[in-house]
Design a protein around this ligand. Sequence first.
Ligand code: GDP
Length: 766
Amino acid sequence: MAAYVNRSVSMMAGDGPHNVAMNNGTVRVNMTNVDSPLQIFVRAKKKINDIFVEIDDYVKDAVAFMHAVSGDNGVATPQDVANVEAYISKVQAIREVLKRDHMKVAFFGRTSNGKSTVINAMLHDKILPSGIGHTTNCFLQVEGSDTDEAYIKTEGSEEKLNVQSVSQLGHALCASRLAENALVRVSWPREMCALLRDDVVLVDSPGVDVTADTDDWIDRYCLDADVFVLVANAESTLMVTEKNFFHKVSTKISQPNIFILNNRWDASASEPEYLEQVRTQHANRCVDFLARELRVCSPKEAEERIFFVSAKEALLTRMREREKPVSSPVLADGHQVRYFEFVDFERKFSECISQSAVRTKFAQHSRRGKCIAGDVCSALDQVYGLACSQKAARVERQRILQEQLSAIEDQLTSVTREMKAKIGKMVESVEHKVSLTLSQEIRRLAALVDEHAAPFRTERAALEAYKRALHRHVEAGLGQRLKQRLSSDIGHEMDAAQRDMAERMYAVLPPQRRAAAAAVVAPHHQPFEVLYRLNCDNLCADFHEDLSFRFSYGITALIQRFQGRNTNKIALKNPPQYTPIPPAIGPAAPSSEIVRATTAGIGPLSAEEWGMVSRLAMGALTSQGTMGGLLLSGLLLKTVGWRVVAVTGAVWGALYLYERLTWTAKAQERVFKRQYVAHASKKLRLIVDLTSANCSHQVQQELSTMFARLCRLVDEATTELDGELTEVRAAAARLDEAAAAAKRLRNKANYLAHELELFDDAFLKQ
Ligand code: GDP
């Protein structure tokens, strides 16, 4: 057992905290003690705190993200958001617990074994009252105060009772009526004690011999204790009450860390001859108790947890070090060895409590943290998966829309080109048809005019009314005829063209728009009709009839015929001819031929001769009994003989008489109509091109309008598709962003889980 004595002698007092004198007479402990095993807990606490700060931020970020991607068209349901949101309070709760997490050591033993003295020695100060008179039956928990003041709080009260010294604390404890086994929390400035600074909480118990109700103690103060210190009296052996208490502890807590301090070992100094023997005896009993009775550790480990100390001496030594006024009895022999053992105890205790507290306190936090990170990660994973699949769907839709749009554009270009050609062809065909039909109708204008059966009178007013009625008749008749001949033809052609156009455009439109298009482009409600604007009133406004009697074989008429002038003004008595008369021939042609035939017998005359003859004839006619008449008569008599002249004269006279007698109103009407037909035909021929162009224009207009309407439908469809494309594109971008953010956050969850793994490796898996 010499090992017990010699062990850790190297743990010199210098290993402990250095002390610094303060102005106000108190001594402040030098806080820089990075070698202390307690620092493991301190570092672990800081590390896991930092990780939980990150987890806290992370969960808040994740909640903000989930909110952003929830709602309509979102990738997260309100339930998903609520699930992640719940972790905020959970993390907060863990952080709160973490803040309060500390290492707890509870001291047990019989009254006056020196529990308070041990605590004071460990704290390097007389903080707890000790002595024969101190028999409080409450628990005293010494913990670090965040402020510079020392105070106590009794159980169930938040009132801070100020204490400046141990005597005050004693009085304060006596003054307050404390319930049995109540807890009194003594807050002491951390700066004053290294243990307190390192988050160690020390609990002094009333003494296991004071009360029988130790079960209650264990439940209330021991379940969260990391280390138990049994302060035994080295002057006697372990008592049954002490043993019983720890039996109860070991049934409630698995593998409690128990240290046994055989205190008052200084008393053995008076009997040095039995020192080793007594020590061995005590040590063996203690090992037996821990390893065999309680089975909380192996005998080897138990040997490491049994110490022979003098708390009183240790306290005295430390008080002296801190230059505190103490009554200084002479220390017994071997006090240095006992002091070193006390320091050794502190070292082992520090290692044990630090490791145990890290394991019991932080392992569960680390586990919880990993669970939270994992849960949030899987929620984000789900969001990420959904965002990716929805984005893929949007991208596919985008591709389809783009294809549709470019297909529509291509088809529209080709259909437009085709339709343009078709309209052009149609327009040309209509123009040709109208032109042909109108020309044909003009040729049978005479028949149309003849159909006008209004009574004809030659008085000016009646004649004007007759003319107006004839204009209207011709206008209506021509219009009617054109309509009859062209309408159905053009109508059918138009129908076919429009149907074809609509069909082609339907093919261009996306299927869902075709039904709407069918309603808009209902094929003709009314059949298409060409309007022929033949305004005869205006067209024939310059028509002037010539109804004066003219003898067909009068000299003037003959001369005019020969000269071929004013052909359209010569009145003929030939019956009306309905067959087309080529304009080049005209009504004057037969007369000229007759004249030419008549004059064939007298041989051809030169132009000068004819001019002279006509002048003579005119002169003869206009001035009777003049020299012209005589000369003409003489010339005729001399040339053909008087008999021929007489017969010709008789025939000529008879013809004149006949024509004069037949120059009735009916004849005048016929002449009027012929003149009108000639005039109107000429005028109408002038407007054939105009009218056909006008008709074709109407057709063009109709088809173009129809095509424009169809194009507008296509336009609407493409605008709609464009709108949808923009929306889909924006949605895809949003989903892409959401997926990227979810991935980022998911990765951060992995990072945090990894951090916790590192934490476990560094602090828990030792
Ligand atoms: P508690 O009731 O267990 O808290 O015991 P205390 O700490 O109050 O100590 C009771 C008495 O024992 C006090 O007078 C102490 O001075 C004295 N005492 C404590 N430890 C030692 C020690 O190691 N040696 C000696 N000789 N007396 C001690």
